[in-house]
Design a protein around this ligand. Structure first.
Ligand SMILES: Nc1ncnc2c1ncn2[C@@H]1O[C@H](COP(=O)(O)OP(=O)(O)OP(=O)(O)O)[C@@H](O)[C@H]1O
Ligand SMILES: [Mg+2]
Length: 330
């Protein structure tokens, strides 16, 4: 089943939280909504869930108009950022809750709960109360609970953001593998670009209530369409056409106001006492070092393998890898 959203806008009073959203989510696709705080990610997720109204546009699931279907009847699975388990219920009871509401036979519920506990690898924890579980375990219970009713769509709002880095990285892989196996179309909100790039089939990059770009992680990274995307996803140096000319690149015809977005890994740096560049700072990142270079009044980001052989203040020359950089809308 495909979710199709066309021209969707949403206002809170006079404030427009969503502006002409067009988005399709295909069968068994994993889509991430990525963008800075306040850009409308949660609002869009809540509108899709039926927890918020919208003013214009349409939203169809498998050809059915969602506007005519209440939140409860959509049968979507939802997981929120903060732990939202029922505190007085065990893990197993939490997972079985939706089935119990639907008055499924007891034997069916316990079989399904067992299956889901195994799926999120919490077989040993069935009888624990939420406070007796770690944050990561609680979120796994929340995901199992969302999956219990075999949702047509899984909606995740920053489900990993309260967890520490290691647990988060592990759960990313787990959620993605589980989603692939079950084939449930999933929309996950995150403001973490690494999370979006590693998990999503497609990334929806949002800013100020609008979609800036939709693409595969590789497309979003290698060919950002706008200045915002080039800036928000990964690091870029943005050069005017005049500055870019210094590197021998010129904008496409008629796009003289475009900016040239340059990834640090595409900038080659070489120590040269006669060159115009000055190393302003070096940040060691483990496998690479990020080098800020003052270059004709601009700061250009470059990268070297491990630690460079020069220090701050060194004179350096910059050149571009073949095919480096993309022109983006200002
Ligand atoms: N109930 C509301 N009434 C009025 N304005 C709201 C309401 N809920 C959200 N907003 C506003 O709508 C905008 C989008 O909010 P939303 O919660 O969707 O952002 P977000 O992208 O999820 O941000 P975050 O990453 O911080 O969770 C914000 O400017 C917010 O202040
Ligand atoms: Mg949010």
């Amino acid at each position: 089943m495909t979710l199709d959203i066309r021209g969707l806008s949403k206002f809170y009073g006079t404030f427009q939280a969503l502006n002409e959203i067009d988005l399709s989510v295909g069968d068994s696709e994993f889509v991430c909504l990525l963008g800075p705080s306040g850009c409308g990610k949660t609002t869009l997720l809540r509108v899709i869930a039926g927890l918020e109204s919208f003013e214009t546009g349409e939203m169809m699931l498998g050809g059915r108009d969602l506007a005519t279907i209440g939140a409860r009847d959509r049968g979507f699975g939802i997981v929120f950022q903060s732990y939202s388990l029922f505190p007085q219920m065990t893990a197993a009871q939490n997972i079985g809750y939706g089935l119990k509401l639907r008055q499924r036979p007891r034997a069916e519920i316990s079989a399904r709960v067992e299956e889901l506990l195994a799926l999120v690898r919490l077989e040993q924890f069935a009888d624990r109360l939420p406070w007796q579980l770690s944050g990561g375990q609680q979120q796994r219970v929340a995901i199992a609970r969302a999956l219990a009713v075999q949702p047509a769509l899984l909606l995740l709002d920053e489900p990993l953001s309260a967890l520490d880095a290691r647990v988060r990285a592990g759960l990313r892989t787990e959620i993605r593998q589980m989603q692939k196996r079950l084939g449930i179309p999933t929309i996950m909100v995150t403001h973490d670009q690494e999370e979006a790039l590693t998990m999503a089939d497609r990334v929806v990059c949002m800013s100020a209530g609008r979609i800036e770009q939709i693409g595969s992680p590789a497309e979003i990274y290698a060919r950002p369409a706008t200045r915002f995307v080039a800036d928000f996803v990964g690091s870029s140096t943005l050069l005017s056409a005049a500055r870019a000319a210094g590197f021998g690149v010129t904008p496409p015809p008629g796009q003289g106001d475009s900016l040239f977005a340059l990834r640090p890994e595409d900038v080659l740096i070489r120590e040269d006492a006669a060159a115009a560049g000055r190393v302003r700072s070096i940040t060691f990142l483990g496998n690479v070092s990020r080098v800020e270079v003052d270059w004709q009044g601009e700061t250009i980001l470059a990268e070297t393998h491990r630690l460079p052989g020069f220090g701050e203040g060194a004179s350096v020359d910059l050149s571009l890898q073949p095919g480096a950089g993309v022109w983006v809308q200002p």
